[in-house]
Design a protein. Structure first.
Lengths: 113, 113
């Protein structure tokens, strides 16, 4: 059973399209995150949620909208995709206050053409 | 602005030798420190974390922390070709909350057989 699962794993889409990435964790964690890893492998936090509440919203274009229907799920919707959005998006989860429990999903490779 | 600095490498080490990876961080409020290993095309995997000044050993890995110098290091003894990967240093600001981690850009380690 995958602990943090993301779908889709690969996504190729055209500029201007809208796409979503879904994430689910079965670790019983109460906090979930979206991280973006660019072509230079720099991993940067985008959002964090605790028990469905948005905690961190880093400087991310408002074309990116996270949604957490419950504490086991965190989805990422991206409107009007741009070439610069091409990256690997990692979902992660943890127990609040325990950063040593952060566990990453396998990543979603997004390519915008 | 929280920053974590690492030498991007590549760092080339002969098999069986000690690999030494270094990291500095800018935020003196940082309280938790992590080393992740990331193989190409895979997600980051936690290998060590350290909260207190000094050394922490786990098998072939030793993490070292010096808060006064804002410096974290990872030593890998008896390096194996399977240790070849990118090593990400990450820093957490607080012991509580859902702040996530701030990552460095990673050091690419190559273990030469």
């Amino acid at each position: 059973d995958t602990a943090v699962s993301q779908t889709p794993k690969y996504l190729v889409t055209q500029m201007g399209n809208d796409k979503s990435i879904k994430c689910e964790q079965n670790l019983g964690h109460d906090t979930m995150y979206w991280y973006k890893q660019d072509s230079k492998k720099f991993l940067k936090i985008m959002f964090s949620y605790n028990n469905k509440e948005l905690i961190i919203n880093e400087t991310v274009p408002n074309r990116f909208s996270p949604k957490s229907p419950d504490k086991a799920h965190l989805n990422l919707h991206i409107n009007s995709l741009e070439l610069g959005d091409s990256a690997v998006y990692f979902c992660a989860s943890s127990l609040i206050g325990s950063p040593n429990t952060i566990y990453f999903g396998e990543g979603s490779w997004l390519t915008v053409v | 602005q929280k920053e974590v600095e690492q030498n991007s490498g590549p760092l080339s080490v002969p098999e069986g030798a000690i690999a030494s990876l270094n990291c500095t961080y800018s935020d003196r409020g940082s309280q938790s420190f992590f080393w992740y290993r990331q193989y190409s095309g895979k997600s980051p995997e936690l290998i060590m974390f350290i909260y207190s000044n000094g050394d922490k050993e786990d098998g072939r890995f030793t993490a070292q922390l010096n808060k006064a110098s804002q410096y974290v290091s990872l030593l890998i003894r008896d390096s194996q070709p399977s240790d070849s990967a990118t090593y990400l240093c990450a820093v957490g600001v607080t012991g509580g909350g859902a702040d996530g981690l701030t990552f460095g850009k990673g050091t690419h380690l190559i273990i030469q057989p």
